[in-house]
Ligand binder design. Structure first.
Ligand code: ADP
Ligand code: ASP
Ligand code: MG
Length: 407
């Protein structure tokens, strides 16, 4: 008998037929005597639709209200999944994030889990129930509904697996596992049998939305080994775990593309100490995550203070908020034009093997040059190289890079 946390994403619960499929799978495990905690997402498209409705009324809706709104998506699926289990004769009880004991901080729309008190879940399991839990949501200590950032049901599942000391954590989705690239963009992509936390974390934060990046960070911290697999078949999936020595033999594990980034350039920013600090402190205080930052060398001006251009990238949905923060600094700092563009793609190659192999970045630039693709920004770390390219050419670039490194 094992305690298993299973998570089913939006496409796996997209309609009542899919929900019945989920219930059948859960019922099979239950019949073997396993204890099951089933985390579900909103039905696919529901969260996006709720966001669209709110934005129809106001472009920057209040974030507390957004959380109250978005949490309804998952609340629908926990109940429908429990009902589908009842239909199969399996005792099941649904719990919202708050009822499941998930306590978060108060940063609306991207709250962090502070602690989990899974007493209610334990009690229900002990009585023989399957427990369905709403992914993506929690509650502050003073009872405010919060959500954990897009894709946050993955985090709910991993955090519950850690808190419950589950024997198994399975992330069910609409692909057979983690691939060398998004199989929707690169049909030649291959499924990986295993991948290290660090590689998964980089791929996820760089656009491979198969796992929410914060959930992988959490899994690494609490050593939760998990499997990403399909809810549509019984094929073995991809195991995500601590790096093992033989993993370094592979230089590039995967390629990812983030089409959800926007670039802001501040032209002619005074080149004095403290200016970058002022800009990025204000952006940070607005809870906007900045990813790449590039500052050009100073171009001299007539007076003694030079000027420089600063470009940085943020998530597309935060562009309006970031622009508002920048506009608020104009008086104080005095820069020139602000150029914002949403037509960029960030292409990255990731692999722990890069630590011990030289020349990877050079090969990447070479592949792009041969394809006639211009590089806008570059950033590297020990296990990844990222470049910003024109969005219109990004998928073509990804295919070429995948073919060069992974086929
Ligand atoms: P869920 O709704 O189950 O959470 P998501 O849509 O969030 O599923 O994530 C699954 C999708 O992630 C897949 O359909 C696939 O297109 C995409 N994806 C992106 N990169 C990868 C990758 N490297 N491996 C597998 N899937 C990927
Ligand atoms: N429903 C949420 C979203 O679409 C959470 C999730 O699916 O994991 O982002
Ligand atoms: Mg997801």
């Amino acid at each position: 008998m094992a305690l298993i946390v299973q998570k089913y994403g939006g496409t796996s619960v997209a309609n009542t037929e899919r929900i019945r499929n989920v219930a059948s799978r859960v019922a099979r495990y239950h019949a073997q005597g396993d204890q099951l905690v089933v985390v579900v997402s909103a039905m696919s498209g529901v969260t996006d639709n709720l966001i669209r409705l709110a934005k129809e009324i106001m472009p920057l809706p209040d974030e507390r209200e957004m959380d109250v709104l978005l949490a309804t998506g998952e609340q629908t699926t926990i109940a429908l999944t429990a009902i589908a289990l009842h239909k199969l004769g399996v005792p099941a009880v649904s719990l919202t994030g708050a009822q499941a004991g998930i306590v978060t901080d108060g940063v609306h729309t991207k709250a962090k889990i502070q602690n989990i008190t899974p007493k209610k879940i334990h009690d229900l399991l002990k009585q023989g129930n399957v427990v369905t839990v709403a992914g993506f949501q929690g509650q502050t200590i003073d009872g405010q509904v919060t959500t954990l950032g897009r894709g946050g049901s993955d985090l709910t599942a991993i955090a519950l697996a850690a808190a419950l000391k589950a024997d198994l954590c399975q992330i069910y989705t609409d692909v057979d596992g983690v691939y060398t690239a998004d199989p929707r963009i690169v049909p030649q992509a291959k499924k990986l049998d295993e991948i290290s936390y660090d590689e998964m974390l980089e791929l996820a934060s760089l656009g491979a939305k198969v796992m929410q990046s914060r959930s992988v960070e959490f899994a690494k911290k609490f050593k939760v080994i998990f499997e990403v697999r399909s809810s549509l078949n019984d094929n073995p999936g991809t195991i995500v775990k601590e790096e093992t020595r033989n993993m370094e033999a592979v230089v590039v594990r995967g390629v990812s593309l983030d089409k959800n980034q926007a670039k802001i350039t501040l032209v002619a920013v005074p080149d004095r100490p403290g200016i970058a600090a002022r800009i990025f402190k204000a952006i940070g205080e607005a809870n906007i995550n900045v990813d790449m930052i590039v500052q050009n060398i100073s171009h001299g001006t007539a007076d003694d203070v030079g000027a420089t251009d600063i470009s940085f990238t943020v998530d597309k949905p935060e562009l309006a908020k970031a622009r508002a923060v920048i506009d608020g600094l104009r008086q104080e700092i005095g820069f020139g034009k602000v150029i914002a563009t949403e037509t960029i793609g960030k292409l990255s190659i990731v692999g722990v093997g890069m630590k011990s192999h030289a020349g990877v970045a050079g090969k990447l630039f070479d592949v792009l040059a041969r394809e006639g693709i211009n590089i806008g920004m570059i950033s590297t770390s020990e296990i990844k190289v990222s470049v910003v390219v024109d969005l219109a050419k990004a998928e073509e670039a990804m295919k070429a890079v995948h073919a060069a490194f992974l086929v």
